[in-house]
Write a protein that binds this ligand. Structure first.
Ligand code: ADP
Length: 494
């Protein structure tokens, strides 16, 4: 498989854009240019550093929390309509700057430009949705059962929040947390992933332009996530921790948050089953599979991880997806016609190689791909593996890369058991034309989200989140803003 465009120097347009991205920490409305030790941000398609930015220390982290705490009362007291309009302006500015944001994400994360554009749309929707929700925060009012008083239930912002985001969706994971927090009246400290901090810095500048007051949003990229985060999480002024990332880190953060009795939202790992029944529309299933597996180069917690296909259609399904996979074009996300980009780093490439080797050693067959091509950048060929045997690592681990692994089943009970045999429970995909069967599966598959005859479920208006080891809480939808609100009850005697 050839790789498109990995040796090119930065274009004039890319250099000009990168020069406009702030390189400092953003604390209390001030950009603090860093002469301190820096973070070098790489283009994963070439392995080259494209920009250096300031690297926050634990002291910087506490200063960011100082700023968020200082701004908290004023922001909570700012009229919901004003908060809503600032978020709406942010949405509008994001549309104006769409091309810049898309290119920046492709540069630091690697996804193809068309997908980066899709993320601008998806990420932007959280700004629009929560600008609409900001003015609909409401409570209850009623007589107590004894008739001796009035019960008033109201919603208050939880207070300063610490938001930790991952590298795979540099914009959307930030807006999915920042927008509801701001809508609810909370101030925030954001720690973007070290690998992709540029989009968050560029977005903080956009928020400033949209009218977000100083101290309401603070951004502290750092290469020492644990050292910077621990004192923030332990600080009694912090009231909420929201994290998106791996389950092991989530467990550590939950333990730390427990010491400070923090509200938490945890969007952790997934191991999504993708079940194809014998009565499925195979064209739809193949289309859904390509989306659920190869979007974001397979690096999504919602990515289909285990293709569980009825034995009577497994060969045909494998043949059709293999044909599609062979037509994918691997390369730098800016390249013409590129549909699949590089992985985020060399560790990810090594992990793909190990997963394929383990599956093959246990009896699987590789139909296409399976290796890392020679040359620059962190590429791995899009891969289809069939006859995957129980016990293979690829069924247990979150793959987070472009490997489509197929195993088979014969009865509905077997399919359900296979789908549920994981510690994770984020999302499941089911393909069947039998509505009753589809409904049974929705009930029986133990996940926070389901796609019935579709490979993509995310929507700003929907509650995103998982059960089991996939996390706690929901982002987006009517539920999303409540993660940043606390309920207050008042009794007024008659
Ligand atoms: P991923 O597989 O997406 O890299 P991680 O869970 O390692 O998942 O990282 C997600 C985010 O969590 C990143 O912003 C990372 O810097 C941060 N992170 C990782 N370890 C810690 C930690 N011990 N404390 C706080 N943040 C952490």
């Amino acid at each position: 498989m050839t790789i498109v465009d990995t040796t090119a120097e930065l274009t004039a347009r890319e250099s000009e854009l990168l020069a406009r991205v702030p390189d400092g920490l953003y604390i209390g409305g001030v950009w603090e240019a860093g002469s301190r030790e820096q973070i070098g941000v790489q283009d994963p398609a070439t392995g080259r550093v494209v920009k250096r930015i300031a690297n926050a220390t634990p002291e910087d982290g506490i200063r960011a929390l100082d700023a968020a705490a200082a701004a908290a009362d004023d922001w909570a007291a700012t009229a919901p309509r004003v908060r809503a309009e600032i978020l709406r302006r942010a949405f509008d500015l994001l549309q104006e700057r769409r091309d810049d944001f898309a290119l920046l994400m492709t540069l630091e994360m690697g996804k193809p430009l068309a997908e980066a554009n899709g993320e601008v749309t998806y990420g932007g929707e959280f700004l629009r949705w929560f600008s609409e929700e900001a003015v609909r925060i409401s409570g209850r009012y009623g007589q107590n059962p004894e008739g001796t008083g009035t019960m008033v239930v109201s919603q208050r912002p939880v207070g300063p929040c610490y938001l930790i985001t991952p590298w795979n969706f540099p914009l959307a994971m930030a807006t999915r947390k920042i927008a509801p927090a701001l809508a609810a009246g909370c101030t925030v400290v954001v720690k973007p992933a070290e690998l992709t901090p540029l989009t968050t810095l560029f977005f903080a500048q956009l928020l400033e332009d949209a009218g977000v007051p100083a101290g309401v949003v603070n951004v502290i990229p750092t290469s020492t996530a644990r050292a910077v985060s621990e004192p923030i999480i332990a600080d009694p002024r912090l009231r909420k921790l929201s994290f998106t990332g791996s389950t092991p880190v989530g467990r550590t953060l939950l333990a730390q948050a427990g010491q400070n009795v923090l509200r938490t939202s945890m969007e952790l790992g997934g191991n999504a089953p993708f079940v194809v029944f014998e009565d499925a529309d195979l064209d739809k299933a193949v289309e859904g599979a390509m989306l659920a597996k190869f979007r974001n180069i397979g690096q999504a917690c919602t990515a289909a991880n285990r293709f569980i296909v009825h034995e009577s259609v497994a060969d045909e399904f494998a043949r059709r997806v293999t044909e599609k996979v062979q037509a994918l074009r691997l390369g730098r996300g800016t390249g013409d016609g590129v549909t699949i980009g590089p992985l985020i780093d060399d560790r990810a490439v090594a992990s793909m190689t190990a997963l394929v080797e383990d599956a093959v050693a246990r009896g699987a067959r590789v139909l296409t791909g399976g290796t890392a091509p020679e040359g620059d950048g962190y590429f791995f060929e899009p891969t289809v593996v069939v006859d995957v045997q129980p016990g293979s690592e690829i069924l247990r681990e979150e793959i987070f890369g472009p490997i489509l692994a197929i195993s088979t089943f014969s009865t509905e009970d077997e399919a359900v058991a296979a789908a549920n045999s994981t510690e994770y429970g984020l999302v499941g995909y089911v393909f069947t034309q039998d509505l009753a069967r589809g409904q049974r599966l929705i009930d029986r598959v133990d996940t926070g989200m389901m796609g019935l005859n579709t490979g993509l479920v995310s929507n700003a208006a929907a509650p995103f989140g998982g059960v089991k080891q996939s996390g706690l809480g929901r982002e987006g939808g009517l539920e999303g803003i409540h993660e940043y609100l606390s309920t207050k009850y008042t009794l007024i005697p008659a």
